[in-house]
Design a protein around this ligand. Structure first.
Ligand code: SF4
Length: 256
């Protein structure tokens, strides 16, 4: 746990929702934990694992909101444990459980295979007809600040999966590609170096693609990086309709 820096410590009750492998039912286990004003939920989970229950499993790495590994449901909302200050929850009881839209592996650890399969399905890389940049360093693609600004906000995704967990459609339709993948499709479609926009729009013009989105907006509400997937999905819908009507996609994105 982080140094208290002379700040007052308070006792909190941590309630962890865990799957009992024997009965395959969820059980709740409570722990008493100390926290000061700098303590995050990941800190108290690590302290519990070190001092009270070595069997508790959770995934984490950077502890600074970059790796996206420690997503879980905290007091009813998908959040990053490392970015959730214990005091900010406004309760002396902290409930933590695994994200529910991802298959459960153990305790707070969920399986991201499907999530990354959906991510890869939208070709989250620069699709190019030529390969000059890959093989000739002097052939790097230049962009103006304005061209970078056009996609930069959507490039901050850390693949934490919180948006998928919050999405009511992802929770009920396992075939829905999900808000994270759709946001990344829009991120690459908006990049002046990319030539894969038509291909992505074609593959997402279906009920399990952009049209599955019911615009609940929960994805954008929980995103810790301000990516705003809900906005990007509506934008993809507009781009698909524009293409149907005019036969063209973002004709001027390279000219910005
Ligand atoms: S869009 Fe936001 S919530 Fe969704 S995976 Fe990326 S960073 Fe996480």
């Amino acid at each position: 746990m982080r140094q208290s820096l002379g700040k007052e410590q308070k006792t909190f009750t941590l309630v962890v929702k865990r799957l009992d492998p024997g009965t395959r039912t969820f059980v709740e286990k409570s722990f008493q934990v100390e926290a000061d004003h700098f303590t995050c939920v990941l800190d108290i989970l690590i302290a519990v694992k070190e001092k009270q229950d070595h069997t508790l499993s959770m995934r984490y790495s950077c502890n600074m909101g970059i790796c996206g590994s420690c997503g879980m449901v905290i007091n009813g909302k998908p959040r990053l444990a490392c970015e959730t200050n214990v005091y900010s929850l406004g309760s002396e009881t902290i409930h933590v459980g695994p994200m529910e839209a991802h298959p459960l592996l153990k305790d707070l650890v969920t399986d991201f295979d499907e999530f990354f399969a959906n991510h890869r399905s939208v070709k989250p890389w620069l699709v190019r007809d030529d390969t000059d940049e890959q093989f000739r360093a002097e052939k790097e693609y230049h962009q103006t600040h304005r061209q970078v600004d056009y996609f930069l906000d959507f490039a901050h995704c850390i693949k934490c999966g919180l948006c998928v967990d919050a999405c009511p459609v992802s929770n009920t339709n396992p075939h829905f590609v999900g808000p994270q993948a759709l946001a990344q499709a829009y991120r690459y479609n908006s990049d002046s170096r990319d030539q894969g926009e038509e291909e992505r729009l074609d593959s997402l013009d279906r009920m399990d693609g952009v049209w599955g989105c019911e615009f609940a907006g929960a994805c954008s509400e929980v995103c810790p990086k301000g990516v705003d997937p809900a906005l990007t999905i509506q934008q993809l819908k507009i781009d698909i309709m524009k293409r149907r009507l005019t036969g063209r996609v973002n004709p001027d994105k390279r000219a910005r």
